[in-house]
Design a protein around this ligand. Sequence first.
Ligand code: SAM
Ligand code: SF4
Length: 341
Amino acid sequence: MQGIAPALMEKPLIDPFGRQVSYIRVSVTDRCDFRCVYCMSEDMTFLPKRDLLTLEELDRLCSAFVARGTRKIRITGGEPLVRRNIMTLFASLSRHLDSGALEEITVTTNGSQLARFAKDLYAHGVRRINVSLDTLDPDRFRAITRWGDLTTVLKGIDAAQDAGLAIKINAVALKNFNEDEFASMIRWAHGRGMDMTFIEVMPLGEIESARVDQYLPLSQVRAQLLDQFTLQDSDYQTGGPARYVTVKETGGRLGFITPLTHNFCESCNRVRLTCTGTLYMCLGQEDAADLRAPLRASESNDLLYEAIDRAILRKPKGHDFIIDRVTRQPAVGRHMSVTGG
Ligand code: SAM
Ligand code: SF4
């Protein structure tokens, strides 16, 4: 696996709007052991395995970004922990943590494989993970994930905490589905020392149900929570798009990710890489750059750096998500599982 050319360490990736790209999210597989109703259709067609980058190629791509100033990598998917031998990627990337080039490697997971991998993640330098969990009710959990089992995920969360991983629980706010659980989920998460974040559903990919029936503005959620909680403004930042408050009654942190009601693009510092080596400069736009061809064209990284530079110059100002009764089409055709959440 290649190291970092010191000469390039000084040349950060700056987009046309002056934002420095220092964070990359890498979707290591588009496959998943769940079929969450807002994320995937029930019978998804996945990429042929031969189209995937190998783990060595993913390492080389990530390392190229680290060389150009990336300080944070989030491994996501699909479900990242179902990719075969994925721990070898964590193991190899951990050298950038050891060298200080990288601040953090994090993971977003549905939790189904955490009981198996939590200790290894910690051993490879991961300290914080996001676990997606939309409900604490086993029947609802099965309904929303179609295939998931709540007990397995809760055991995974136990294992992750035992291993020393800090956890943030991410829940998508879904109208008429989990609205009545928000307060109890906050108490549960904070009671276990975990942060909690709510996310607005985004119009990504074709699914069976209408987005407008799922969409619940977080401005509304926040207003409802005020009946039970005192929400104190906080300047806590993780480098992600969440805005945080502290819940006075629990002492815990609560985040809101509001791509629809409050667009967070002006501070966007990230790009997203798919498991086939396609770089998306924005979650909510179609434009993308192929990095697989320059990666495979030569053993040197020169072509790759050129392709990355050209791509960053095309990073758009922001997305334009709309969910209403008139706009029936998703903002972009690809599912969140392709680009990585
Ligand atoms: N499988 C892993 C998981 O569920 O955490 C990682 C990938 S998943 C695509 C990442 C995050 O995206 C999850 O928190 C999921 O709830 C969220 N997500 C998926 N589709 C979404 C959508 N249409 N709108 C908002 N969030 C979505
Ligand atoms: Fe899988 Fe995550 Fe999408 Fe659910 S949200 S189907 S767990 S990729």
